[in-house]
Design a protein around this ligand. Structure first.
Ligand SMILES: [Zn+2]
Length: 434
């Protein structure tokens, strides 16, 4: 049975049976989730479970270990090569196809993450409950039984689907997909202009696409969300300003990963992203040998909520700066204050080093403006900048202005400029500095 309506380009593409299974799983998971998040010694219990039921750790320790310091750092490659060794043998569920989510795969092979019910509930439902604490009018804007929270995907193969959200007072969360074709995009903009949107969530690049479609689409009105949350990519200051200006509401930046769910998110004070330390342990590899709760380096994540697929001291592949302390919002603990993620910090032009920030400053000030860009080291110390112009913009003038601004700011450095139709593949993660 299919729920696809050919005359409605925004209707669901998954079956009603699928929606029923997801709702049943959520209702079944909820009490188990409560039990797990209120477990008095969750982190140590989780590690004990790892050493007893996860083959990699069972073989390593040969006994119960509850002390995180004894666990080794695990690289992504270890999970790629020996995935099954990190999955608990104590877990069996015939519906496991509903309990698997793959990582994005933009930066390498995609990893299939297996979840148990409490951690899946946390990922799909409770993460919005956590975010609601920094979205003060979220619950007053949600409508029970109605689609009033929307996730925007720019991966054309993602199916449009609706999920009943028990944690959001029974409101419906709809995932809509951009970039299939013009007619579907236009129908989606119309649909969102008419909808009551308590929450709009997506990667910054997907939301920027939506802003552009909304600004170019006739028919009156504009998309008016009460709250906007970004995750899945770095949120650059200029892109944040564009999204906030168009939608007329502040953006909350969140750090999520398929391996760990919601890791950190901003509060109203915008002093960085507070780490969800109830069940996550974040460590920083400040040098090859030394791990620390604060500092700058590669992030290691331990997720005590997922007892099925163990991520312990897992090198997630992102660089960040972590601090610790109190915030005006009441948070007392770790905060991620800088999240360059997988971005390059500097470029070498053959005689001097240029920071990504310096290049960004020049490009941001270029007039006519550049919509999107990417910087990469080229042959013979050339610095290559691929850029996308504003829709309807004057490509030749933009190119001349950009070249002149770079020459003036960095005399002696060689830049290669390339006007391209798009920076990343549909559904991929946007990165500015390679
Ligand atoms: Zn705060």
């Amino acid at each position: 049975m299919s729920a696809i309506h050919r005359d409605d380009l925004t209707a669901d593409e998954t079956t009603r049976e699928n929606a029923r299974i997801n709702l049943r799983l959520a209702l079944e998971a909820y009490p188990l989730w409560v039990e797990r998040v209120t477990c008095p010694d969750l982190k140590r219990s989780f590690l004990a479970n790892c050493s007893a039921a996860v083959p990699y750790y069972r073989n390593l320790f040969n006994g119960t270990v509850q002390d995180l310091d004894r666990f080794p750092v695990i690289d992504r490659a270890d999970h790629d090569d020996r995935r099954l060794e990190f999955i608990s043998t104590a877990f069996e569920d015939p519906r496991s196809e509903f309990l698997r989510i793959s990582t994005n795969g933009t930066f390498g092979r995609s990893l299939r993450v297996a979840w148990d019910l409490p951690s899946l509930f946390d990922l799909n439902h409770a993460s919005y409950l956590r975010l609601s604490t920094v979205l003060p009018n979220l619950f007053s804007s949600l409508v029970r039984g109605e689609p009033s929270a929307f996730v925007i995907s720019d991966s054309p193969r993602d199916l449009r689907t609706s999920v009943v959200m028990p944690a959001l007072d029974g409101a419906i969360l709809r995932r809509l997909t951009l970039g299939r074709d013009e007619a579907t995009d236009a129908a989606l903009v119309e649909h969102l202009r008419r909808a009551r949107i308590a929450l709009l969530h997506g990667k910054p690049s997907a939301l920027l696409n939506l802003v552009e479609l909304d600004s170019l689409h006739d028919g009156g009105g504009r998309i008016a969300p009460a709250n906007v949350v970004c995750s899945g990519e770095n949120l650059y200051a200029d892109n944040r300003a564009r999204i906030e200006a168009w939608f007329g509401c502040p953006v909350v930046d969140a750090y999520t990963a398929s391996e760990a769910g919601l890791i950190a998110y901003e509060c109203q004070h915008r002093g960085g992203m507070h780490v969800v330390t109830d069940h996550l342990t974040v460590e920083v590899a400040v040098s090859d040998e030394s791990l620390s709760p604060t500092g700058t380096g590669q992030l290691l994540i331990t997720n005590a909520l997922n007892w099925r697929h163990a991520f312990v001291r897992y090198r997630i592949g992102d660089r960040a700066t972590v601090t610790s302390g109190e915030c005006g919002c009441g948070h007392d603990g770790q905060t991620i204050v800088a999240m360059p993620g997988r971005e390059r910090a500097t470029y070498w032009d053959g005689s001097t080093s240029i920071t990504a920030e310096e290049i960004n400053t020049v490009i941001e000030a270029t007039d006519p403006p550049v919509k999107q860009y990417q910087v990469a080291p080229g042959e013979d110390h050339q610095i290559v900048i691929s850029w996308v112009g504003e829709p309807g913009g004057d490509t030749a003038r933009t190119s001349t202005a950009l070249a002149a601004a770079l020459r003036e700011r960095f005399p002696g450095s060689r830049f290669g400029l390339s006007n391209v139709p798009a920076i990343n593949l549909p559904g991929g993660k946007l990165r500015r500095f390679l």
